[in-house]
Design a protein around this ligand. Sequence first.
Ligand code: GLU
Length: 474
Amino acid sequence: MDIATEPSFRQSVDLMFNRAAALLDLPPGLEEKIRVCNATYIVRFGVRLRGRMHTFVGYRSVHSEHKEPVKGGIRFAPVVNQDEVEALAALMTYKCALVEAPFGGSKGGLCIDPRAYDEHELEQITRRFAYELIKRDLINPSQNVPAPDMGTGEREMAWMADQYARMHTTDINAVACVTGKPLEMGGIKGRVEATGRGIQYALQEFFRHPEDVAIARLSGTLEGKRIVVQGLGNVGFHAAHFLSTEDGASIVGIIERDGALWNPKGMNVQCVRDWIVETGGVRGCPEGEFIADGASVLEAECDILIPAALEGVINMGNAHAIRAPLIIEAANGPITAGADEILCKRGIVIIPDLYANAGGVTVSYFEWVKNLTHMRFGRLQRRQEEARHALLISELERLSADRGWQLSPDFKDRYLRGAGELELVRSGLDDTMRSAYQSMREVWHGRRDVHDLRVAAYLVAIERVARSYRSKGL
Ligand code: GLU
């Protein structure tokens, strides 16, 4: 393939699917049924703003309904188009299957530059878009449950949830119609950090397997590893922040819209984020040296590269120049199918998007369950758990008193504290990321015809979706 034949995002996802499907023995026709996008709805609607009517175009694609509701974010960006939304919806199907979130795959998008509108205008536009989707059951707690994505967050989800509630005044599960809501509107602790947290847990799990680390021509742990992150949005920021403050990794490069920062000694990610929020870019930030040609930093020497922004940033034009031996795809589709082939041939290990960034939808799943149970996790058991721990501690203290032994106060405090919602969410996410990695890894090492983690991830996912179709008799 040359650069002129670089596949589109949707073609890339299909090519990756095909590479894996070719290794499976699926009944005739089933492969195609799984690959194709079931439906894409295009809505065009008008909103009166600044004295005139403005027409907006929005999409909601439903890739696979082998499980319902279908799930996936809604992005607000000027470049949103049908091809992209369908590719993202397909990724959601495979992602949910891989992490065992019981959903089909969907995705939505609105062609808009959210920075061009004030908050009140955005609310009008979002509510109107939500209205169009809700009346077609494309937002519905039992059929289609959106979530945040690029350009959207808690605020937009709150507007959508409220819009749904207004249109379904007697639906007791109305609040479960979208996830990623603010806490006071039925959200869950740990959802905002979830995708970045998932990247951290994925890397921690990868580094628990020295043989896998060796394939990436690395050794040891995350401690001291030099990381370049592209995009310091919600996902990139949380991943880089946790990896540097909790795992001892060093963030040596940060690439943003206006350029990049470089500092071989490592940067304070929170300070860079604050700078971006204040000034709109990284230029002038004292944390690192400013490099105007931001994209060149993708090719810098480092141990781990984290593309956490747009799709297609690593393509046939720069894949030859990438020097990181390990790439973890925090964004959806940051590596094109053409680049993927080049990188794999060069022995670069890629932890693929459908696994790596599944932390978001995993915690969305917890939020949806929380909404359906109408109760926060841990509410019933926390104090009871603490009381039982206290009982054990007092018995231990009684027994050790005659021997002059003493429990360390730190142990006592930590042992006595029952888990609240945030601890439970993190533990559920960690468990999910570990087991999904292990299921991929088994295929990666267990089959001679599988040479990389992406094919392994697709194999696991496609097999699960196929099983679900088969048991339904379709
Ligand atoms: N937009 C996120 C993703 O691409 C989250 C989807 C969700 O939580 O449903 O995975």
